[in-house]
Ligand binder design. Structure first.
Ligand code: SAM
Length: 280
């Protein structure tokens, strides 16, 4: 069965009385090249235990099962369970878990199954929370190869000083090295979304990129980007309620001009600021 061919998807959906749910971000792939390329780029082999988020009717799940030792697929929509039972019946290395990926204990799930890779065509309404949750959880995951909205992908990989650059760029780069692999146009899905998508591979850093205090680092990043139009000194003053002159002094001590804005600073720069703001 070709799970990306419309002529097979439609009768399958009719047999199961299934209709797409917009609120669950259900845009299914109709071009087999995409799941193949995701699996190829993810570096899956017969020793890999992989987690898939949102298998839908199983087009990526099948491709993963052909290469991996085991696939654990977490799907929130109960209506897809009988569909998946039919479409994945030829494979004996797939486990479907009916759950919300944002509500399960990912660390426990990954530890119990030796999961080292994540692959997904992510539902766009929860892209950032899912990625942050997986990156922040203490798991054995080494790579995430996931499809997201193109503009979100650009935010993950943007450089300081660009309009896409923000707190989320710094957060994902703290934990991993994100890389855009390829773009996917709306015509590759049913129903077609309004936006382009990109496949991004995140290679998780084996040790944190910075040795500074993580809590203070993210407090400064959050404060700095909460008021984008303000200077970093003013944004930090609003957020931290510390003496303004002290804040300016510390910014200069870290080697930056008093009127610097957060969007100009790299992750390493925020690391330097964290060292001088360690009183927080
Ligand atoms: N993997 C399939 C494909 O590429 O054609 C379907 C991808 S579709 C964009 C997203 C899938 O994620 C849907 O099957 C949807 O039901 C599921 N999903 C949505 N929210 C979820 C959640 N919170 N936890 C787990 N799965 C979810």
């Amino acid at each position: 069965m070709n799970l990306t061919r419309i002529s097979e998807i439609k009768p399958l959906m009719e047999r199961h009385g299934f209709r797409f749910s917009k609120s669950l971000g259900q845009n299914f792939l109709i071009n087999d090249d995409i799941p193949r390329r995701i699996v190829e780029n993810a570096g899956i082999d017969q020793n890999t235990s992989v987690l898939e988020i949102g298998p839908g009717i199983g087009c990526l799940t099948c491709r993963l099962a052909e290469k991996a030792a085991k696939v654990t697929a977490v799907e929130i929509d109960r209506r897809l369970l009988p569909v998946l039972e039919e479409t994945l019946s030829a494979h004996d290395n797939i486990e479907i878990i009916n759950a919300d990926i944002l509500k399960i204990d990912v660390s426990e799930l990954c530890a119990a199954r030796g999961i080292t890779a994540v692959c997904a065509n992510l539902p766009y309404y929860i892209t950032t929370p899912v990625i942050m949750r997986l990156l922040e959880s203490n798991t054995s995951i080494k790579t995430f190869t996931v499809m997201v909205q193109r503009e979100v992908a650009r935010r993950f990989t943007s450089e300081p000083g660009t309009k896409e650059y923000g707190a989320i760029t710094l957060a994902v780069n703290y934990y991993s090295r994100p890389e855009i692999l390829f773009d996917v146009s709306p015509g590759n899905f049913i129903p077609a979304p309004k936006v382009f998508s990109s496949v991004v591979k995140f290679t998780v850093r084996s040790s944190p990129m910075l040795s500074c205090d993580k809590k203070i680092l993210f407090r400064i990043i959050k404060a700095g980007f909460s008021k984008r139009r303000k200077t970093l000194a003013n944004a930090l003053f609003d957020e931290l309620k510390e003496d303004k002159d002290d804040i300016v002094k510390k910014i200069e001590e870290a080697g930056f001009p008093a009127d610097i804005r957060a969007e100009k600073l790299s992750l390493e720069d925020f690391g330097r600021l964290t060292e001088v703001f360690c009183f927080l």
